[in-house]
Design a protein around this ligand. Structure first.
Ligand SMILES: Cc1cc2nc3c(=O)[nH]c(=O)nc-3n(C[C@H](O)[C@H](O)[C@H](O)COP(=O)(O)OP(=O)(O)OC[C@H]3O[C@@H](n4cnc5c(N)ncnc54)[C@H](O)[C@@H]3O)c2cc1C
Length: 400
């Protein structure tokens, strides 16, 4: 029997990765979110995504399905948002990323960062003004924190906000901003020239002085665009300043909520890699028998499964802690660090187990292998998460 040459139509059907029976703990709501997203991924995403990824085009028809599935808005209550429990939210992101990282990151930027920034830092009036149309995705969001010279040390950002009567003038540059060229509402973090504090502003595009260009040549999350943004005396009314964002800590609080989501995203990518490797090993014959019959191959698959199971348990417990209101940014950082690092290892193994086919898009694995690189880096690199945890256990801050 030769290796399959068509995409794995059965990808993701295997539920055999749940060795610790974590799914037995799902409530009806969590099962529904998980199952609906899984069906969407298997029947609509996996069939289409490789072409979009290869051409670096946005799969708008898939993006538009997200509000139809009722999964836009994370755990935000009201305003038409999904209002998911922490576990359901994690399962949705896991499943989207099991399908495709660009699609999942699109939702992560729009809802996890932009909508959450408004929900956590906006006044009630601001939430009423923006969240309903974001829940339906009539208006798209972006979150502009990183700058060309400030990534891990975004706390030192240089974009300025200067008060001018009942307006603010924004000046500066931003880099790596997901949806920056297509968003209607861009959350811009800028330093008040009077107080030196970091404030958040909602820039409604098009806006005079706001320009964004797509960063070319990207080999991860190709079906999603990130932008370089220039803010040249962009005037924003004071009513668009996020009312409850008064220091950088308020921005950091938004990022803390998405860190555990990154752990779920990594679990989705790793599950896709393991799934493909197992199926390939069963189908591919060498030396007159299936790869799966070789002891070393079985050992490699089992080690991947063991790592995957550990990732699942990290995710389950972060969701439990979040439900109890006990999830600290440090623990979320530990989960992100552990899961993106482990996912990289699983995907590297999976890619190798597919031999030459492992580098062909039609076998899916290489897309996940490339996509995990972005998730490993954004919202705090592995090293930065490690330093956050290191500060916690030693009491010594090694990076500030
Ligand atoms: C695909 C993608 C999408 C993104 N989307 C967004 C977005 O929507 N909005 C947004 O605001 N930003 C976004 N980002 C930016 C992202 O958050 C940053 O890339 C990330 O914070 C790292 O910053 P940097 O790339 O400048 O790397 P750097 O900070 O320059 O880090 C380079 C290396 O140095 C290491 N390092 C840094 N400081 C230390 C230290 N003190 N000790 C030891 N090692 C250190 C890092 O771990 C890393 O390995 C995105 C990035 C990517 C790649």
């Amino acid at each position: 029997m030769t290796a399959p040459t068509t995409p794995y139509t059965e990808l993701g059907e295997a539920l055999g990765t749940d060795f610790f029976s974590v799914r037995d703990q799902f409530t009806d709501e969590q099962w529904r979110r998980f199952a609906d997203t899984r069906t969407f991924v298997d029947s609509e995403v996996l069939t289409d995504i490789n072409d979009y990824w290869e051409r670096a085009e946005l799969p708008w028809h898939l993006f538009r399905r997200l509000p139809e599935l009722g999964i836009v808005g994370e755990d935000i209550q009201g305003h038409g948002a999904a209002g998911m429990s922490p576990l359901a939210l994690g399962l949705v992101h896991m499943e989207l990323h099991r399908g495709d990282g660009s699609l999942g990151t699109f939702l992560g930027v729009h809802a996890g960062l932009a909508m959450k920034a408004i929900d956590l830092c906006g006044s009630d009036e601001q939430k009423r003004r923006w969240l309903p149309s974001m829940s339906t995705m009539e208006r798209l969001g972006a979150f502009a924190l990183t700058e060309p010279e400030h990534g891990s040390d975004s706390v030192a950002l240089e974009t300025t906000a200067t008060r001018d009567g009942d307006h603010w003038i924004l000046d500066g540059t931003k880099r790596w901003i997901g949806n920056g060229t297509v968003a209607d509402l861009v959350i811009v973090w800028a330093r008040d020239t009077a107080s030196g504090e970091v404030l958040g502003f909602v820039v409604e595009t098009p806006a005079e002085g706001y320009s964004a260009t797509v960063i070319p040549g990207k080999v991860s999350l190709r079906a999603l665009w990130q932008a370089d943004i220039t803010l040249d005396r962009v005037r924003v009314p004071d009513e668009n300043r996020l009312a409850r964002a008064t220091t950088f800590a308020d921005c950091a609080a938004v990022l803390a909520t998405t860190r555990s989501t990154c752990a779920w995203m990594a679990l989705g990518h790793a599950t896709a890699g393991y799934d493909a490797a197992l199926r390939y090993a069963q189908a591919r014959n060498q030396f007159g028998t299936s790869l799966a019959s070789f002891q070393i191959v079985q050992d490699r698959l089992v080690k991947m499964l063991a790592d995957l199971t550990g990732m699942q348990l990290y995710c389950m417990q972060t969701a439990r802690l979040a439900e109890a209101g006990k999830l600290s940014p440090t623990v979320a950082g530990l989960a992100k660090m552990h899961n993106t690092r482990t996912a990289r290892s699983i995907l590297s193994e999976a890619r190798d187990l597919l031999g030459g086919n492992g580098i062909l898009l039609e076998h899916h694995v290489v897309r996940h292998w490339a996509d995990i690189e972005a998730i490993h880096t954004f919202e705090g690199t592995e090293t930065i998460q490690s330093l956050i945890v290191g500060r916690d256990i030693t009491g010594i801050g090694a990076f500030t």
